[in-house]
Each structure stands twice: as structure tokens, then as C-alpha cells.
Design a protein around this ligand. Sequence first.
Ligand SMILES: [Zn+2]
Length: 114
Amino acid sequence: MDKKTLYDSFTQIELDTDTTLHQISKIKKEVETLVEENATLRIENQHLRDRLSDLEKLQRSDEEVVEPEMSKSRLNLEKLYEDGFHVCNVFYGSRRVNDEPCAFCLDVIYGERR
Ligand SMILES: [Zn+2]
């Protein structure tokens, strides 16, 4: 291999590597977006389930005693929180950077009234 060919090869490899790196960061961003979107949907799903179960309870409030279903809801939110996502209304569904604790989230999960 002469020197020019060698040099050209390196230049080509450098360009290819740049392109690949660019693609990797693009895909990484897309994955992050999807992961956060998924967390948001899980939280919204939980809230809708809570709402539905509230409505169902209202409908049969005369017949049955209210069971502690909220604890299941809290457990689901707690799991999401432990997976590294905000479940609070402030940062809703976004990732907790470096697992930073969030007082709003803790209030949602462990607060007195829900
Ligand atoms: Zn939070």
C-alpha cells in the first residue's frame, strides 16, 4: 500500500466513524424520548385506572366497603419512581437524573392524602 492510499484509507475510516457516531447519538436520543414517553404513558394509565376504579366505587358505594386499592396504585408509581422516573405533576414522566430524589414524587407516593 503506497502512502497516499494509506492516507486516503484513514481519511475514509475517519469519515465513516464520524457518521457512525452521529447515528449512535441520534438513536440514543430517540431511545431516550421513547423511554420517557413510555413512562408518561404508564403514569397516565395508572391515573386513568385510579379514576375508573373511583367511578366504579361510587357506583356501588352503597353495597360494598371501599377496599384499599390505592395502595396498588402507589406501588405501581413507586416502582416507576424506583426505575428512575418522575411520577410527580411537576416533572411527570421525565427521567430522574442520577436518581436524584424528588420531594414532589415522594409526596405523590407516600403522601397522606390521595
Ligand atoms: Zn418528581
